[in-house]
Design a protein around this ligand. Structure first.
Ligand code: GLA
Length: 396
């Protein structure tokens, strides 16, 4: 079995998955697996540029109950939709997958590209529930993919390591869901550890665990979910990725990972203004990830605030992926006492993070709610998250 992480049993979710599984399938599941959502502390739109990211797994999780069948049928159901989905493994190709089921079924398909023999595999039944908010930029989709990946890795006895399972989840997202995303989200969900971030080199996929120590420093990481919904399978995300690839090509680089801060003067001369600003975001963001890792190690989390702020400005002005609600959340949180704040995730909506002294969490929350009301925006959802362990089998 995949090594069991030491997270608390997510009791409510487990009970609900257990009950719903039995109602749907008239059996008990063979076991339960769970995987967390993630927050990206810093390193945005760097993953598909072969760069650096520093996300952490959060204490919001997806739970899947699963059981193998003796035939080739796959039956899955979830709390996301009324209908159960049935499909034979013989028909499991990305073109046949739609809606929420593209995430779990996309993983089953993608495992076939990483060693599972789908021509002889047996089907399965699965029920999925989650308390990772959907559409908040906290990777509810990667949580589903990672939970299903560890479950099938165990039940199909594939023996794949976590780094490979992250690539499986990314492939499912790219091909079955149709979102051209990088590997950050699945890596965070699979590799996370309590009270620590995952420092991932997206070129080599090497990772290091970096202790965060927020609680010990008297800090909380406050999520401000603007409730402005976003999708990375449409428009802006793919356009940003295309700009980065065009910029790298114009600079004669394989990817923007190979362009440094010292190359930006030359880039300004060679590129049109928009492409230059896209490139400048990625190049400076990679540097900010390295600076954040070093600062955390040498000085602790209280010293990273300015790096978070600079990341937001870069995404707002150079990469242009923020929205008015995110800018207001960030500015208001900072004025009310957060030591650093930025939008997190792919952008165009979703959530901001605000690193906040524990005693100021109520004041920051109240200030953000008041500012949104005054601006006529829908009320945001504010809550704190803690860095948690990555995906694995739920201990019996
Ligand atoms: C989304 C994608 C990730 C990453 C971020 C931006 O979360 O899924 O791969 O590109 O956006 O940093």
């Amino acid at each position: 079995m995949t090594a069991s992480p030491s997270f608390d049993r997510p009791a409510d979710l487990l009970d609900s998955v257990d009950g719903c599984f039995q109602t749907r399938f008239n059996h008990t599941p063979a076991g339960f697996w769970s995987a967390p959502g993630r927050v990206n502390l810093i390193g945005e739109h760097t993953d598909y540029n072969d760069g650096y990211v520093l996300p952490f797994a959060i204490d919001r999780r997806t739970v899947v109950g699963m059981r193998l069948r003796e035939d080739r049928l796959v039956r899955i159901a979830s709390s996301f939709a009324e209908e159960a989905i049935e499909i034979s493994l013989d028909e499991l190709i990305p073109e046949n997958l739609h809606g929420w089921s593209a995430y779990p079924l996309g993983v089953a398909w993608a495992l076939g590209r990483f060693g599972a023999d789908l021509k002889v595999a047996v089907g399965f039944e699965a029920f999925i529930d989650s308390d990772v908010p959907i559409g908040a930029g906290l990777s509810s989709s990667a949580a589903i993919e990672s939970a299903v990946a560890v479950a099938l890795n165990d039940l199909w006895r594939l023996g794949l390591d976590r780094r490979t399972l992250a690539r499986v989840g990314q492939l499912a997202e790219n091909r079955a869901v149709g979102a051209p995303t990088g590997s950050m989200d699945q890596s965070a969900s699979l590799l996370g550890q309590a009270d620590a971030a995952v420092f991932l080199d997206c070129r080599s996929l090497d990772s290091e665990i970096v202790p965060l120590g927020f609680q010990a420093a008297g800090l909380e990481l406050l999520i401000i979910d603007t409730r402005v919904s976003h999708s990375h399978a449409t428009g802006g995300y793919a356009a940003r990725r295309a700009s980065c690839e065009a910029g790298a090509a114009m600079l004669g680089a394989t990817s923007l990972r190979d362009v440094g801060v010292g190359d930006l003067d030359r880039a300004r001369e060679l590129l049109d203004d928009e492409t230059f600003r896209r490139v400048r975001h990625v190049v400076t963001e990679d540097q900010r990830v390295l600076d954040t890792v070093r600062t955390l190690r040498e000085k602790g989390p209280i010293a990273i605030g300015a790096l978070l702020d600079a990341s937001h400005v870069s995404m707002r002005d150079d990469f242009e992926i923020s929205v008015a609600e995110l800018d207001l959340a960030v500015a208001t949180a900072r004025e009310a006492g957060a030591i650093g704040a930025r939008m997190t995730g792919g952008g165009f909506g979703g959530a901001a993070i605000a690193l906040t002294p524990q005693a100021l969490v109520p004041a920051v929350t109240a200030a953000v709610l008041a500012a949104f009301a005054a601006a006529g925006y829908a009320a945001p959802n504010l809550f704190t998250v803690h860095a948690a362990d990555g995906a694995g089998a739920v201990p019996a």
